[in-house]
Design a protein around this ligand. Sequence first.
Ligand SMILES: Nc1ncnc2c1ncn2[C@@H]1O[C@H](COP(=O)(O)OP(=O)(O)OP(=O)(O)O)[C@@H](O)[C@H]1O
Ligand SMILES: [Mg+2]
Length: 505
Amino acid sequence: MAIYLDNRIPNSYGVRKSTFYFLNPGYWTGKGGNTIEEGGIFSFLRSIPQVQPKTPDDEDVLEEENIVKRQVKEDLVDPDVVVQIRGLTKTYPGKIEIGCCKCTRKSHFHAVKGLWVNIPKGQLFCLLGPNGAGKTTTINCLTGISPATGGDALVHGHSIRSSVGMSSIQKLIGVCPQFDVLWDALSAEEHLYLFANIKGMPVASIKLAVEKSLAEVKLTYAAKGRASGYSGGMKRCLSLAIALIGDPKLTTGTDPINRKHVWDIIDNAKKGRAIILTTHSMEEADILSDRIGIVAKGTLRCIGNSMQLKSKFGSGLITNVSFSETNTTDAAESCRLALRKFFKHHLNVMPKEETKYFISYVIPRKEERNLRKFFTELKERKKEFGISDIQLNLTTLEDVFLNVAKKAALENAADENNMTTLVLESGKSLLIPVGVEKIGIPGSVTPQNLSGLMVVVHWGQDSDGNLCITGHSAEMPIPVRDDFSSSLAPSLLKGNPGHGIVLDF
Ligand SMILES: Nc1ncnc2c1ncn2[C@@H]1O[C@H](COP(=O)(O)OP(=O)(O)OP(=O)(O)O)[C@@H](O)[C@H]1O
Ligand SMILES: [Mg+2]
């Protein structure tokens, strides 16, 4: 009975054997035929819905998909392809969770919505994506930790959908997970209480320390959820919070020398095999990868090498202008104002980031032909603008990632009501959709400024790959457009004062 229940009750990945698994010869011989099911103990009440295939927007993703589809159709086996992902999908089934006084019903969730990728021998393929994109789920399907619910993948010609294939794959595959020492049944809050007590913190200070710690790692919203339901990034955050609670004087991490060492090992390991790496470090991805795929919300958004992605998805060239005077005297302020006007007038750009030490701009590629003249004049007028240094850099992979992630976040913001709070310099808070750049301020129309005010929101990526606000530009008048009076003016005049107005020009 104990063995039967052990095989039937879902494990931590929701995986379990079929009802009559013991009647299958494969169970006893270890060869073929074993099927695995997934879901909570009541998931038999509903079937798992399949993901509807969608044609990718990006032409490189479409081309990769077509190459794989053609090979599948013609039954062509390319000996150089180690991993062939064939429309892989993964849907976590809905489940009924029984609480002490009520049952909650969770609906199914499509974590991977059809991946088509060839990964050849000798290549490191880097799978990038924000939190919850489906990276770990994909790796779990490829390694047999969690079964795919649709499509297939071949590893050295063995299918992940067959138990014989999977047992061959598991002999061929090496997995290097990031281990988190957490208890699945405990929540983030309970972990932190436990470790605070173990570390001997005064009981009276623990409650506040736990709250602060949860806020620091942005886990307050999930404080009471069980760790088993957290995404990989959330678990890393919790591990970090555990390490830091009690304000230790020494914390350890991977230092750059060590990291370089790890990179060398990975680079050497590429020979004769394929490597799939998932990371939140763009530097790592840029240095190590031969090809990069960015996934978001379970869908591949772009694919190519670092240079191809930078030229296709990068915003342009990045200019950092540092100031010689870092004070906020009127003279220094007027220099900055003049510099902002200079950039706006010649290149029609607004600051991407601004501190009292520097201003940075992203110069769109269409302005590239004007740059020689522009920078000659800027250099000549360095003194007048109070500039100490000017740097011009190529766009970064981080910029590419953010552009792709912002687009995906925007697509989903409406569906999922994914909002965040923007705090303006005046202290006023506005709710805005995640990923939106230009925001109009409700109630900012005055007789002096009939078009109202806006800010440009700067987005960055937190340590887990989530989009987060890193700052915003100064408030500026909204450029007047033909359709202004009809659509924008009413919302700027009478819009919900707590909600930012999305400007899409
Ligand atoms: N066992 C599960 N049951 C239900 N949903 C799950 C389960 N595991 C993961 N998910 C959900 O599937 C989505 C993809 O999760 P996954 O762990 O693959 O993301 P990820 O790209 O690895 O994110 P991160 O960068 O945070 O590690 C997330 O929304 C997550 O909440
Ligand atoms: Mg993960």
